[in-house]
Design a protein around this ligand. Structure first.
Ligand SMILES: [Zn+2]
Ligand SMILES: [Zn+2]
Length: 128
């Protein structure tokens, strides 16, 4: 198998892994998933592929201050935000209406917001 083909194969599996786990996942979790469901893979090639997928805008990188990146497929869901439980580490998607906030920034600051990330930290119902 040629190197290029090999990369494509790995990338397909990464897509499937993120899709199946259905939450923002770390490279390590993707690695574990592929190893369990497909075959032995190289963690370094997972990182490499994720970096390329990020550059080509296929994935979103989300940071929860854990010292690692988490990835989400860009086209799977609309724009949304996250609730991160500091108790159990559970992550939930949440949709918000932030159009007015963005409009206010434009009106008050004259600043045009092109993108934003908004993550919320706290405790889920089970951890309260
Ligand atoms: Zn929790
Ligand atoms: Zn999400």
């Amino acid at each position: 198998m040629k190197i290029g083909q090999r990369y494509t194969e790995v990338r397909k599996k990464i897509f499937t892994a993120i899709e199946k786990m259905d939450k923002p996942v770390s490279a390590q979790e993707i690695y574990d998933y592929i190893k369990q469901n497909y075959e032995e893979v190289d963690l370094a090639s997972i990182y490499r592929n994720l970096e390329l997928m990020n550059k080509s805008d296929a994935v979103n990188v989300i940071l929860f201050g854990e010292g690692k990146k988490r990835y989400e497929l860009k086209n799977m869901k609309g724009h949304h935000h996250h609730l991160f439980c500091e108790g159990c580490g559970d992550i939930k998607d949440i949709e918000m209406k932030e159009e007015n906030l963005i409009k206010n920034v434009k009106n008050k600051e004259g600043f045009v917001i092109k993108k934003h990330n908004l993550e919320f930290f706290g405790l889920c119902p089970n951890c309260q």
